[in-house]
Write a protein of this length. Sequence first.
Length: 597
Amino acid sequence: MMTLACLAVGLLTSPQQAPAAAVQEVAETRATELAELGRREEIASRVGAIVGAIEESFVSGGELVSAEQLMPLFAEDARGVLRDEDQRLGDRTASSYLVGGPGHPVSVERFTSMAKTVDEATGPEDAVDDVQRARESVTRALGGVPSRATEVRVKEVTPVAGMPGSYDARLLLRHVRSPEKLGAISVSSTLRLRVIEEGEALKLLQYDFQVDLRVQTAGPATTDGFVDVAGTVLKGPRAALLRPSIPNLRDLLDSGLGVGVLGHHGVAVSDLDGNGIEDIYLPQPGGIPNQLWLRQPDGTAAEVAGVMGLDFVDATTSAVFVDLDGDGDRDACMGFDGSLRVFRREGNVYVQAASFERGSITGLAAADVNGDGLVDIYACAYANPYNGTAFPVPYHDAANGQENTLLLNLTKEADELAFVDATQGSGLNVGAARFSFAATFEDYDSDGDMDLYVANDFGRNGLYLNSGSGQFTERAGDLGAMDIGAGMAASFADLDGDGQVDLYVANMASSAGRRITGQEVFQARVDDEERALFRRHAKGNTLLLGTKGGKFTESPLASDGRWAWGAIPLDLDGNGALDLYVPNGFVTGSKGKAPDL
């Protein structure tokens, strides 16, 4: 198996041209980088543990963390951050607006950063006061203490120049309160820490807290609380192109344009104009231009795909918008029928930066897999049995699909995007041709790096554990996450509120399939274990509950979700607990015209 170190060597020079000394130098450099990366991951884990301990008592009416509890966490030369003591949370609102459906508005407030300076004359007591002050500002924003454990994410750890053993860390925190008869209130904040190693202990040098966002729902929604407003928001000539169904388009357009049978075209949601409201990008079948709707605070939306260079008429199956070069704006990666393309954002226009010939891309996921601060891309591919591309063999556990791809981000300068196919060198080539539909990244084992789950049709799914340097090992089988079936999508979330990340997998559910596979004559010549795999293909969705040991156990609480295509966890009724939105459906024949499939 080719390692990332070998990959780096191959990018610089060929084996025939590379002097032994140059090869050795590259290998040693990579080894040093990996060692430093491992060190930063260790620091990230320890920082997360410290912040988790600070936040632990700040739940369900608990007392604010006392100064006596906090003092041992700080170094003797810790410094406090000066700020305007009279400046209150509400006085620095940057923007405020309402979103949500009729009758259930959602209030969103964004806050500006406060001017802060470190006073060298202060000491640990003042730094402890910063922690107390941060807790008080969260309490004000929530209207009380949080009702569940604070979500703590370590996003970045960097060594401090000129200060051996010191690191700056950036964390994202989310605090939630669900008061009775009110909707959920959540506060998102940024925490910047400076830490230093003192012997075997890690101590805090500086604690800098900033409330970023406050979201409050008006109250618990009812089952009839959703209203379709697409027709009043998406208006104009381009909106008319969204009305024809896939069968209508297949009747109207040339088959060579790429209007498929199943309509595998995702939706991308991202704030592309910086107004604090998520915009909507709609990939379309071949022959119909993709659409980008920029949403406004007054509830309207404007279609601007053509203006921004995103109105492709190629059959587009997926899209993701993310900052790929660290310049503050959101670049794009898109999957087409036959290619995977990366686009850089220049001002308000998108320009193609890279293209990779691939099969039919069905899903995209983005994360920094090797800890270098750059977002990488994972693409799922699918060999479509419905158009004759390939037939799964064996049906219940096929591995003859088209291969998925990991694009490693090697960008060095803004707007100079550079990617390389690192699938082989990363270990993600294992089980990479299993008719994949969707993938999702999550640090499910809380070790500071992003792991990957891949939902596959016609067989077993994959759970790839990250070593921290972008090296993955497939572990679904021994961790209880294989879920052999007709996998369409998957989502990580803490669905039972126990602090452990769970996994919800969207699968095909078929009552006819269950009847057929349950008969004694079905696959009578195979053993019971193999028959059970066929039967599992029709059972429906799977809920896998995470355990403290890192394994998953299947819960009987998951409903089948019909022929499910996704699993989106979100708090729909404002009670502070995650619900699941599961889109479903499949092709069927019309009465009198064609029999059902």
